[in-house]
Design a protein around this ligand. Structure first.
Ligand code: SF4
Length: 488
């Protein structure tokens, strides 16, 4: 479907908003500066026109086979023209599709950050009103936002200037899950890269520690993520985590997490190796406890494997375990999701992250033609409402939240935890107010500048590139010194 942007650059935001209503349609943004250039194709049976030819008069029209409508609004120079256009578009598309997105016109990844900014500007009550009345966010999501922001703020209030977090990337997985769009190499094909990768990752950690010490930075949290970090052997884990503990000053480090991930990769030996490096938080991720759904997703483990890994981790002494779940997985039902939530809560993990399936185009699911359907969206919304109710009942609180494009039902991912058991790194990465220095393939270092902006340094995406061009990786890392020097 074509969307014509006449005399405006709203395509990035308004394409995203249109996708909320038509998640399966390919959108084609056409930018035109003059109305006379608007040459509609005879084959255009469906199109949208966002017209700002007269700068103070916005017009949005939608043209579908069975429906045509147009809305206009006179604005002033003080109005946010893009937001006004989004509201007109939302109105038209919601009337046509009968879809009422729970996050209204908000399409960004970080609604909590936006809420915090508004709260600082206008106070809590008015910020809530703004979310409801201007952005059209549902009451349920406003209340989730309000609670999450408070819990996030409590974590952020304890950070110190010049603190940073360290991210260690292990972009390997034993096999690929069908919903995954992540740059993760299946070890079925890349097993021989794992050892050289481990050795170079240790070198990059060493270099990073040198730079951090030179800059007088203080390490506040470490997160080893993936992929599936426990694809590494016990010995490899020990070397990478040991190198981290050896090179950095860990005295002020508030959290050291390993995202163990897939239960089929977790052994007592690996857990002992992780524990011996003083890792104090791990994540074991079943996604669902329904074996047939796991099988359909290409997750090569069972619910039983998850229970076994969870018990092993408790026996090994881990007193902060997070579990990741996904709502809206194909073939999962509301009853089955409810059972998963209830059974996970019964284990009493310290934190539970409830994701909503995001149908990224690079995933096998999307490539194989899976579409997003309205009934699945309604089921996912009901799953999240159930999770919200049960988690609150058992005294879990939302402490971070983010959204992705192409999520089933345009919903969200929320981290829940027992009081005082929040995952700090998750808050830091979402708030973007703290620098994250990242090591490994696919890792992106983000230096938080005093202006509120981020300066990024990209490592090579794939393990083979990282290995082949490692000298360049180290060279790029040096630029941390320049960025900090210029910003101080
Ligand atoms: S375990 Fe995670 S990163 Fe690995 S393939 Fe599955 S979804 Fe992707």
């Amino acid at each position: 479907m074509k969307i014509y942007y006449l005399n405006n650059d709203f395509d990035y935001e308004l394409d995203k908003l249109t996708s909320v209503f038509f998640p399966n349609k390919k959108l084609d943004a056409v930018k035109v500066n003059d109305r006379n250039e608007l040459a509609l194709d005879d084959t255009d049976s469906e199109y949208i026109v966002i017209d700002l030819t007269d700068e103070l008069n916005i017009s949005v029209s939608v043209h579908f086979e069975d429906y045509t409508d147009r809305k206009t609004k006179i604005i002033t120079e003080d109005d946010d023209a893009q937001l006004e256009a989004a509201l007109l578009l939302y109105d038209l598309l919601s009337s046509y599709t009968k879809i009422v997105p729970p996050w209204g016109v908000l399409t960004g990844v970080r609604p909590i950050k936006l809420f915090r900014k508004l709260k600082e500007q206008m106070g809590e009550e008015k910020a809530c009103e703004h979310f409801k009345k201007v952005f059209l966010v549902s009451d349920e999501k406003v209340s989730l936002t309000l609670e999450t922001e408070k819990n996030e703020a409590a974590v952020l209030s304890k950070t110190t200037p010049d603190s940073f977090s360290l991210y260690l990337s292990v972009p390997f997985c034993p096999s690929r899950c069908s919903y995954c769009s992540f740059v993760s190499a299946s070890t079925e094909r890349t097993a021989k890269l794992v050892e050289p990768y481990t050795q170079l990752l240790c070198k990059e950690i060493e270099k990073t520690a040198e730079l951090a010490a030179k800059l007088g930075l203080h390490l506040e949290s470490v997160y080893m993520g993936g992929g599936t970090p426990t694809t590494l052997s016990a010995d490899q884990l020990k070397r990478v985590l040991g190198k981290t503990a050896e090179c950095f000053d860990m005295r002020g480090c508030r959290e050291f997490t390993v995202e163990a991930g897939r239960p089929d990769t977790i052994t007592a030996e690996k857990l002992a190796a992780i524990k011996s490096a003083n890792v104090d938080r791990i994540s074991i991720n079943p996604q669902t406890l329904n074996d047939s759904v796991l099988k359909a997703m290409g997750r090569r483990h069972s619910a039983e494997d998850f229970y076994r890994a969870f018990e092993l981790a408790r026996k090994c002494g881990f007193d902060h375990i997070n579990t990741d779940l996904i709502a809206g997985l194909p073939s999962d039902t509301e009853d089955s999701f409810r059972a998963t939530i209830d059974n996970i809560i019964a284990l009493s993990p310290e934190s539970i992250t409830v994701h909503t399936l995001a149908m990224k185009r690079a995933s096998d699911l999307s490539q194989n033609g899976k579409q997003l359907y309205a009934d699945e969206a309604a089921a996912a919304a009901a799953m999240l409402s159930y999770a919200d109710e049960r988690l609150h009942f058992f005294e879990y609180y939302p402490y971070y939240l983010y959204r992705q494009s192409r999520m089933v039902g345009n919903l969200e991912n929320t981290g829940w935890s027992k009081k005082g058991r929040e995952g700090y790194y998750n808050v830091f990465i979402m708030d973007e107010s703290q620098s994250i220095i990242a090591c490994g393939a696919g890792a992106v270092t983000k230096i938080a500048l005093p202006t509120g902006k981020l300066e990024r340094i990209f490592n090579y995406k794939y393990p083979y590139e990282y290995i082949d061009r490692f000298e360049e990786v180290l060279k790029r890392k040096e630029s941390i010194l320049r960025i900090y020097d210029q910003s101080r």
